[in-house]
Ligand binder design. Structure first.
Ligand SMILES: NC(=O)c1ccc[n+]([C@@H]2O[C@H](COP(=O)([O-])OP(=O)(O)OC[C@H]3O[C@@H](n4cnc5c(N)ncnc54)[C@H](OP(=O)(O)O)[C@@H]3O)[C@@H](O)[C@H]2O)c1
Length: 257
């Protein structure tokens, strides 16, 4: 796995406390090509999963406090890497928000459900945070060999594939994320020619995010976190510079914008 990357490299995963992000950290640490994983989360100390991986892998796992809604924490993480002269070959933004029962945030079913505060919060996590990751991490990434910046989007963010409607905030925040990634890929072609930028769709995965919506998922279509993490890393491994600016599903299929 990850054979298209340099023999040893550093990976950054933002949104690593649980779900797909934690599974990606676990898979990256299991690869002997990855010498260091920087796991970013807004409260790394609260993540039982990260704590266990820290005990297992010691200094190969570093934990940084990064909140997608606080740009200064994203800039601060990038500054720390710069000061340590660490140039990652892989940066993954996995953090995402669909619902938060604690503040009554649920995906909208109809127009009357659209709420400005909910829109702002979902966009802050799903679009603005990843845009700040692009801003602060792209200039830091290695210029040697293959390097990939990928963000977890969602097929429901596809405008041309939208048949069901609803989920205004989540759909549009992921559509805007896709546009951020595509736009950055055009600039990167000029400035950072070894860099590949991609949006990824993991498929419906058994996590807290999908938990309230799993009842209608057909048999065999609800993926485990480990399966998805392995599939996404295989897709990333298969990306070439011609793929930069693309949107890819867990099975490598192109997702329409
Ligand atoms: N699961 C699916 O079926 C599915 C389908 C399509 C796309 N996706 C996308 O895949 C990604 C991962 O989803 P998941 O299913 O693994 O979700 P999850 O289990 O709910 O995990 C969400 C992750 O995002 C982090 N996060 C939320 N708000 C944050 C903030 N302000 N700052 C930093 N981190 C924050 C969470 O950290 P805390 O622990 O601190 O809250 C957690 O690590 C998301 O982008 C999601 O949109 C998932």
């Amino acid at each position: 796995m990850l054979n298209t990357f340099p023999r040893t490299f550093t990976a950054v995963v933002a949104g690593s406390s649980r779900g797909i992000g934690l599974a990606l950290v676990r898979e990256l640490l299991a690869s002997d090509r990855v010498e260091l994983v920087i796991a970013c989360a807004r409260a790394t100390g609260d993540s039982v999963g990260l704590q266990a991986l820290g005990e297992q892998y010691g200094a190969r796992l570093e934990r940084f406090e990064v909140d997608m809604t606080r740009a200064s924490t994203i800039a601060g993480a990038a500054e720390r890497l710069k000061a340590a002269r660490i140039r990652p070959h892989l940066v993954l933004n996995v953090a995402g928000l669909l619902h938060d029962e604690a503040v009554g945030l649920t995906p909208e079913k109809r127009l009357e459900d659209i709420d400005p505060a909910a829109l702002e919060r979902v966009f802050a996590v799903n679009t603005v945070g990843p845009a700040m990751m692009l801003r602060h991490f792209l200039p830091l990434m290695s210029r040697d060999g293959k390097a990939v910046f990928a963000a977890l989007s969602a097929r429901v963010g596809s405008i041309s594939d939208n048949r069901l409607g609803g989920w205004y905030a989540y759909r549009s925040s992921k559509a805007a994320l896709n546009q951020m990634l595509k736009t950055a890929s055009i600039e990167a072609r000029r400035r950072f020619s070894n860099l590949i930028i991609a949006a990824l769709h993991p498929g419906t995965t058994d996590t807290d995010l999908s938990a309230p919506f799993q009842a209608n998922v057909p048999n065999g279509k609800l993926f485990t976190q480990q399966f998805v993490a392995q599939r996404l890393l295989a897709v990333i491994d298969g990306l070439s510079s011609d793929d930069s600016g693309g949107f890819f599903a867990w099975d490598g299929q192109v997702v329409p914008w």
